[in-house]
Write a protein that binds this ligand. Structure first.
Ligand code: UD1
Ligand code: UDP
Length: 393
C-alpha cells in the first residue's frame, strides 16, 4: 500500500503538569536522521496488556538508540501466551520491573498499580513516563506520574468511542487530560483533543501499530501458520472477541458464537482468556460445530499471518480492526461504535453489533472494494515519538 504523507506538528508540552519544557525543534518533513542528542533522557515506559507489548516494541527500540529506557510491566496480563511470547517474537527487552499486579476488579487492579508505580517512579526519577493505549495500566501509569509532576507521554492519544460504558473510554479520556505530550495516530484523534480543549503538546505522529505491522508482515508470512493449521488462504474468517460488554453476559456471547456457527465459513477464533472463562461458565462450547475452531491466543507473528490470509475478520478488538484495514481484509466489527472511524469512512469496516442475523449477513455479504486512503502514518511513528521524547533533555 502507498502510505500517505503525514504532517508532524511540533509544540511544547502542556503546562498542566509542570512548566513547559523545550522540545526539539525539527523542521517539518526533515525528521531523519536524528540530530545529535547531547543529554540522555530517561524514559519510564509502562506496559501491562497484550496490545501494549506490541505497541511498545518499535518505540522502545527507537528510544534506546539515543536515550535510556526503564521498562515497567504492571503484570496485568501474565499468561505466557498473553505476555512473554510477545517479548520474544518482537524482540522487546526484558522488563526492568514486573509489578505482578495480576487480575482483579478495576479499583483494586488500578490501585495496586498506582502504589507500585509510584515507588518505581520515586526510585528511578525518570524525565518522562510513557503510557500506551487505554487499559488500566495506562491510567495507573499516567496518574502516578502526573501526581509526581513527571511529564506523561501518551501513545494513541485522542481516540474516542464516545461510549462511557467502556472502561477503555474512561481510561483514554482521563489519561489524555493528565498527559503533557500527546502522540496522536490520526487527524481524527487531534480533532477529538481539540474539542476537549487540549491543543498544547499534541503531535500527529502516525500509528505505531502500523509501524510494527509493516515491519513484521514478511516474517509473519514466512511462519506458514495457515498451512500449519490446515487452512486455505482466503478460506476462513479470523475472529477475536474480548470486550466485557460482549462476553461477560451470556446473551451477546451466545449470539456471536451462533453467528460464527451459522455463517457458512470456517471460523478460526484465538480465544482471549476472559472469553475462554465465560464460554466455559456459560457452557457454550458444546454447541459449536467443527467449523468454529477455538484455539489458544497466538503470538503476534502468527496472528498477523492468519489475518493477512483471512477472507474476513470478525472482531471487537481495537487493534485488530486497524490491522484488517492495513492489509485490506474486510472487517466485521462486533460492536455498536468504533474509535477507528477512518476504517468505516473508507468502507472497509462494517460496524454491526452482536445480533446473530446482522453478523451472519455481514460475514456473508460485506465485500468492500477500492482504495484505502486514510492515513495511519508512514510506518515511522515510533521514530517521531522517540525524537520528541529525546527533546525533553
Ligand atoms: C484488558 C484491557 C482492554 C484490552 C485488553 C487487551 C482494561 C480495563 N482492559 O482487557 O482494554 O483491550 O486487555 O487484551 O485494562 N486473564 C488471564 N490471563 C491473563 C490475563 C487475563 O487468565 O494473562 C483473565 C483473567 O480471568 C482476568 C480476565 O482475563 O480477570 C480479564 O483480564 P483484564 O486484564 O482485567 O482485562 P482484559 O479483558 O484482558
Ligand atoms: N493478537 C495476537 N494474538 C491473538 C489475538 C490478537 O497477537 O491471539 C494481537 C493483534 O494482532 C493486535 C492485538 O493483539 O495487534 C490486539 O490486542 P487485543 O485485541 O487484545 O486488544 P485491543 O486492541 O482490543 O485493546
Amino acid at each position: 500500500m502507498d502510505p500517505p504523507e503525514i504532517n508532524v506538528s511540533i509544540s511544547v508540552p502542556s503546562a498542566r503538569t509542570r512548566p513547559p519544557l523545550p522540545l526539539l525543534s525539527v523542521p517539518e518533513h526533515s525528521l531523519l536522521p536524528a540530530p545529535p542528542v547531547l543529554t540522555v533522557v530517561k524514559v519510564a515506559s509502562v506496559v501491562g496488556a497484550r496490545p501494549q507489548f506490541i505497541k511498545a516494541a518499535p518505540v522502545s527500540r527507537e528510544i534506546r538508540k539515543h536515550n535510556h529506557e526503564v521498562l515497567i510491566h504492571t503484570g496485568q496480563h501474565y499468561d505466557e501466551g498473553m505476555s512473554d511470547v510477545f517479548f520474544r517474537v518482537l524482540d522487546i527487552p526484558a522488563p526492568d520491573y514486573n509489578l505482578e499486579v495480576g487480575s482483579a476488579g478495576h479499583g483494586r487492579q488500578t490501585g495496586e498499580m498506582l502504589i507500585k508505580l509510584e515507588d518505581v517512579f520515586l526510585k528511578e526519577t525518570p524525565d518522562a513516563v510513557l503510557v500506551y493505549g487505554d487499559t488500566n495500566s495506562t491510567l495507573a501509569g499516567a496518574l502516578a506520574a502526573a501526581k509526581l509532576h513527571i511529564p506523561v507521554g501518551h501513545v494513541e492519544a485522542g481516540l474516542r468511542s464516545f461510549n462511557r460504558a467502556m472502561p477503555e473510554e474512561l481510561n483514554r479520556v482521563t489519561t489524555d487530560h493528565l498527559s503533557a505530550i500527546l502522540f496522536c495516530p490520526t487527524e481524527t484523534a487531534v480533532d477529538n483533543l481539540k474539542r476537549e480543549g487540549i491543543e498544547k503538546g499534541v503531535h500527529l505522529v502516525g500509528d505505531v501499530m502500523y509501524d510494527v505491522a509493516l515491519a513484521s508482515a514478511q516474517e509473519a508470512m514466512k511462519r506458514g501458520v495457515v498451512r500449519r493449521l490446515g487452512l486455505e488462504p482466503k478460506g476462513y474468517v479470523l475472529a477475536t472477541v474480548h470486550r466485557p460488554g460482549n462476553v461477560d453476559e451470556r446473551e451477546p456471547l451466545a449470539s456471536i458464537l451462533k453467528a460464527f456457527a451459522e455463517c457458512g465459513e470456517t471460523v478460526v477464533f484465538p480465544v482471549h482468556p476472559r472469553t475462554r472463562k465465560m464460554i466455559t461458565k456459560f457452557g457454550l462450547e458444546a454447541h459449536l460445530p467443527v467449523t468454529v475452531r477455538l484455539v489458544d491466543p497466538v503470538d503476534y507473528l502468527d496472528f498477523l499471518g492468519l489475518l493477512i490470509e483471512a477472507k474476513k475478520v470478525a472482531t471487537d478488538s481495537g487493534g485488530v480492526q486497524k490491522e484488517a484495514y492495513f492489509f485490506g481484509v474486510p472487517c466485521v466489527t462486533l460492536r455498536d461504535e468504533t474509535e477507528w472511524i477512518e476504517t468505516v469512512e473508507d468502507g472497509w469496516n462494517a460496524v454491526v453489533g452482536t445480533d446473530t442475523e446482522d453478523v451472519v449477513h455481514a460475514i456473508r455479504n460485506f465485500n468492500p472494494q477500492g482504495t484505502k486512503a486514510k492515513s495511519f502514518g508512514d510506518g515511522h511513528a515510533a521514530e517521531r515519538i522517540a525524537k520528541l521524547l529525546g527533546g525533553l533533555a
